[in-house]
Design a protein around this ligand. Structure first.
Ligand code: SF4
Ligand code: SF4
Length: 67
């Protein structure tokens, strides 16, 4: 098991910093109809667990959970 990002959509402001900071960019991130960040769990093997997404999020909306 490894840790992957999980976004609190009540807190996410849709700034897209997570995707822009992630070394894998849009391979791992997309945005839903409300502009909230969604981690592409289907592509989770691409994640290098660097935590850059969570560290860069201005709203502290990203936590890491075992998946
Ligand atoms: S960086 Fe944080 S607030 Fe911005 S889109 Fe990503 S999860 Fe949402
Ligand atoms: S932990 Fe790193 S590789 Fe994984 S989604 Fe976040 S920024 Fe991208």
């Amino acid at each position: 098991m490894s840790e992957f990002p999980s976004v609190d959509h009540d807190t996410c402001v849709g700034c897209q910093t997570c995707m822009n900071t992630c070394p894998k960019g849009d391979a791992l991130w997309e945005f839903n109809d409300e502009g909230k960040a969604v981690f592409k769990i289907d592509n989770k093997d691409e994640c290098v667990h660097c935590h850059a997404c969570g560290d860069s999020c201005p709203a502290s909306a990203i936590s890491f959970k075992e998946q």
